[in-house]
Design a protein around this ligand. Structure first.
Ligand code: AHG
Ligand code: MN
Ligand code: MN
Length: 336
């Protein structure tokens, strides 16, 4: 059987599902950038890419060298191709302008260039998360793209995906009709379709949460996690296992592979931060992927994809994964 590469898959999608050619090109370019990031990540200490970059991003987080490098790789790969009206990233305060000498296109690309930065130096899986939106037709920024062009709900994403840099490098992608997984064949230099139809099982006995924040959680989350921990003798009547990788990409990838529930709830540590994860380039793309794989994603109250964003780096609580458990923890919030 001949192998289906990402390029071939995208060409077939353009033919049969009306994925526009410029969107196909955009995804190809993002995939190429992810290959380059994968290469840099894999060099580790040999490439001098570990450690901090002596700078902070807009969110006051110390940037790692690989955060900065990955951001540059994505910007440079995507700025000249004529498929984008602009880009936004975790690592940049505001929208990135396509340089004047290059043509502009119909789409907006938003990304977390390197997710799970705290895991880089300890050789644990990290990844890249991306979301594709359309630039509003009536957008008139006087030649300058403002952050407001990006403030669209997740339901308006035309594509979302992530690359995971782990024992294997994979690209997981949705164009709005199911979720496909591609594994990087390093000898071929191409992503090859290996996971035809990724599905999140409806029920699970595995959850993921940073338990060290327990004392800061709100009542519904405390109640729910207490019930999970009570196991077979508790109200849920089964024993649950726990995993926490601290790279959202890796936790979500596990859930897409064998089910589970991922939680990063709002907590009381800093009242100005309603959760840790960012809506535009973490929660929204992952919510689209999880929903497309038959799972669910809420902020505890409403569907993540329905949230109307108010700022580029907005944070939200996140509950996503197997449908039954997301519905249960969401119902506890609603009852509160
Ligand atoms: P980033 O490295 O892009 O800032 O994201 C890290 C995020 C996410 O990947 C992960 O799920 C979470 O932070 C881990 O948080 P804790 O450090 O609280 O475990
Ligand atoms: Mn992240
Ligand atoms: Mn990041």
């Amino acid at each position: 059987m001949s192998r289906v590469t990402l390029s071939r898959y995208l060409i077939e999608e353009t033919r049969s599902n009306h994925t526009p050619a410029d969107l196909r090109f955009l995804i190809e370019v993002v995939a190429r950038a992810c290959k380059a990031i994968s290469h840099q990540v894999s060099k580790g200490a040999l490439g001098g890419v570990l450690g901090s970059a002596d700078s902070e991003n807009v969110q006051g987080e110390v940037q790692k060298k690989l955060d900065v490098l990955s951001n540059e790789i994505l910007l440079e790969a995507n700025e000249w191709g004529g498929h984008l009206a602009g880009m936004a990233s975790e690592e940049m305060d505001h929208a990135y302008q396509i340089p004047g000498q290059y043509p502009k296109g119909a789409y907006l690309l938003v990304f977390d260039p390197l997710d799970g930065s705290s895991n880089i130096d300890v050789n644990v899986s990290v990844g890249t998360i991306f979301s594709v939106l359309r630039c509003p037709d009536d957008y008139d920024g006087d030649g300058h793209l403002g952050d407001d062009a990006f403030l669209q709900s997740g339901t308006r994403q035309v594509a979302a995906g992530y690359a995971i840099y782990g024992p294997q490098t994979m690209l997981v992608l949705t164009l709005g009709y199911g979720v496909k997984g591609f594994t990087l064949d390093r000898e071929l230099g191409s992503f090859v379709l290996t996971h035809e139809d990724m599905q999140v099982p409806a029920s699970t006995a595995e959850f993921a949460i940073n338990m060290s924040n327990q004392r800061h959680w709100e009542a519904p989350v405390k109640r729910y996690v207490d019930e999970l921990l009570a196991g077979k003798q508790g109200p849920l009547g089964k024993n649950y296992n726990m995993r926490w990788i601290a790279s959202m990409v890796a936790d979500v990838h596990r859930i897409l592979t064998r089910g589970g529930l991922f939680m990063y709830p709002r907590d009381g540590r800093d009242p100005s931060m309603p959760g840790k994860l960012r809506l535009m380039y973490e929660a929204n793309p992952m919510a689209m992927i999880i929903e497309q794989a038959g799972g669910a994603a809420t902020d505890g109250v409403q569907r993540i994809l329905d949230i109307e964003p108010t700022s580029l780096h907005q944070r939200v609580p996140v509950f996503l994964g197997s449908r039954e458990e997301v519905e249960r923890v969401t119902s506890y919030h609603r009852a509160d």
